[in-house]
Ligand binder design. Structure first.
Ligand SMILES: Cc1cc2nc3c(=O)[nH]c(=O)nc-3n(C[C@H](O)[C@H](O)[C@H](O)COP(=O)(O)OP(=O)(O)OC[C@H]3O[C@@H](n4cnc5c(N)ncnc54)[C@H](O)[C@@H]3O)c2cc1C
Length: 492
């Protein structure tokens, strides 16, 4: 197993860093620098909805290089945005100044099968982590829909999976090693610098560069998933019993067809029996659907039929048994716009009925909205992470997606704006990685520890080195052209 920083020279002490002239810092960083003039410096998120061209992109392989980047930024009065692999469907990772990409800080440092934990560099992609864990009979307890993100990206956004007994993935973190704005390397946990720890678990990349994550694991397990279609009224009328019928329950609602696909997964000892044929999923489920989505850009009424087609494509009852991450993860298909909110669980039923009533009005109105969107509904346990949307509340996550066939734009803004108004009415909190309209005034009301979060940022990063436009806008309430929500919007 490769160890982190195996070949790097011992890092100079902070005082030595101050002595290095700026031009020497540039020289030292040259091998890992991609400058703005180089097209490779352009950073576009996976959803093809946001893009930016940083002044320089650095791809460090060692902690020492990370310190040099911070030293350079301090001297030049620049900000540094740490970025994973750009899977956030917003401008959360975007910047016009310095960007530090973590893709080469991706090693497993320590793995303890007996005590069931791993220490990994934050740039490791979850799929790579799963492969290492599997060799030692271990697995992550819960996952979201994909494993293409970095561990750091997952931790700083409180990425969630589903299950009423399963909190957001950051809850499985036992300790973090962070490089702070002044170049100091600190370790934090619930016992050591607990405030920095609670702020960093969903810290939006604003507390520092997360170098290492200690993650609690469980023995590798198989999941048995059962999927079947039910009517909306049946599902929402029995929401609590359905949400509790398995360890991990998630729902895909196709309002155009009045159908909810219910997925229920439990740990099992049954033999593996994965489902899915290449022909069906590749030819019909991917290529034909994409073409139809493309046609519907010009003939919006087709979207209603497309929603019904997607519900039909999902098929009848399906049972499969596979490695946990293969069941947790799904094919998210095409680039997309998306928004997602965590609504207090006890208000979810009323909230979902409100969304249904609104969509029925749209569909009945000849000039109403015609989304092809399906809605995803998931659950998470309460936690105590300061900015986790599940902080102090059992949550029902409600998300909506509009696909971009062949990467092309489709209408989504009016749809999302109306959807968000309903989420706000029911006390919903937006997913931090996804675009949302809330500023500090609203967020402060939703998050009892919001001001503590700001206090920690001001203490560990008084100059705001780690604050990009997203953080300035949503956390510090900065207004103006350079902080606006559409600064990094990807235009056609
Ligand atoms: C197809 C798809 C499916 C998804 N499914 C789910 C899901 O099921 N559940 C869910 O909750 N979310 C989901 N997400 C959202 C995703 O988990 C988050 O956006 C995650 O942050 C992406 O990780 P990344 O490595 O791409 O980070 P980026 O998008 O590159 O960065 C995200 C944030 O992490 C910070 N960051 C990254 N690395 C570090 C580091 N080492 N130190 C400090 N800060 C760092 C960045 O500064 C930024 O603030 C999904 C996204 C996509 C595109």
């Amino acid at each position: 197993m490769p160890s982190a920083d195996a070949k790097s020279p011992p890092p100079p002490r902070a005082s030595k860093m101050h002595d290095i002239p700026v031009h020497t810092l540039h020289q030292l960083l040259a091998p890992i620098t991609v400058r703005r003039e180089n097209p490779k410096a352009t950073f576009t998120n996976w959803g093809l909805s946001y893009t930016c061209r940083p002044l320089s992109v650095f791809v460090p392989e060692t902690e020492h290089q990370c310190r040099l980047i911070l030293e350079l930024a301090r001297r030049e009065g620049k900000t540094v945005r740490t970025a994973g692999v750009g899977h956030s469907p917003s401008d959360l990772a975007c910047t016009t100044e310095y960007m530090l990409r973590t893709e080469k800080l991706n090693k497993v440092i320590e793995l303890n099968a007996e005590k069931r934990f791993v220490v990994a560099q934050a740039g490791i992609v979850l799929n790579d982590l799963h492969a290492v864990l599997a060799q030692h009979g271990l697995a992550m307890r819960n996952l979201g829909s994909i494993s293409d993100q970095t561990l750091g990206g997952v931790v700083t956004t409180a990425t969630h999976g589903t299950g009423l007994d399963f909190p957001v993935i950051s809850s499985d973190v036992r300790a973090l090693v962070i490089l702070l704005a002044d170049g100091s390397r600190v370790r934090c946990s619930r016992d050591e610098r607990p405030e920095l720890f609670m702020a960093s678990l969903c810290g939006l990349g604003a507390t520092g560069i997360i170098l290492e994550v200690t993650l609690e694991l469980e023995p590798a397990f198989l999941l048995k998933e059962v999927q079947e279609n039910q009517r909306f009224d049946v599902v929402v009328g029995n929401l609590d019993s359905i949400a509790r019928q398995a360890e991990h329950v998630r729902l895909w609602w196709f309002p155009q067809a009045d159908v909810v696909r219910v997925s229920s997964s439990n740990r099992t000892n049954e033999p593996k029996s994965p489902v899915g044929t290449w022909l069906w999923h590749s030819i019909v489920g991917y290529h034909l659907l994409q073409f139809l989505l493309f046609v519907a850009r010009y003939v919006p009424i087709l979207n209603i039929w497309l929603g019904r087609f997607m519900a039909w494509l999902a098929g009848g009852k399906m049972v499969s048994v596979d490695d946990s991450h293969r069941i947790f993860n799904i094919d998210c298909k095409y680039p997309q716009y998306t928004t997602e909110w965590a609504v207090p669980y006890d208000r979810a039923q009323a909230c979902l009925r409100d969304v249904r009533d609104w969509l029925e009005r749209e569909f009945a109105d000849p000039s109403g909205l015609r989304p092809h969107a399906s809605f995803e509904i998931r659950f998470s346990a309460a936690d105590d992470i300061w900015l986790s949307p599940s902080n102090g509340q059992l949550s029902c996550w409600i998300g909506v997606v509009q696909f971009k066939p062949y990467g092309l734009n489709v209408p989504y803004r009016e749809l999302f704006a109306r959807f968000e108004q309903i989420m706000i009415k029911y006390g919903g909190k937006p997913h931090w990685a996804k675009s949302h309209p809330l500023g500090p005034a609203e967020l402060r009301r939703l998050y009892p520890r919001f001001d503590d979060f700001v206090r920690v940022l001001e203490a560990v990063d008084p100059q705001g080195i780690f604050r990009n436009p997203y953080v300035q806008r949503h956390i510090f309430g900065k207004e103006g052209a350079e902080f606006g929500p559409r600064v990094f919007k990807k235009l056609p």
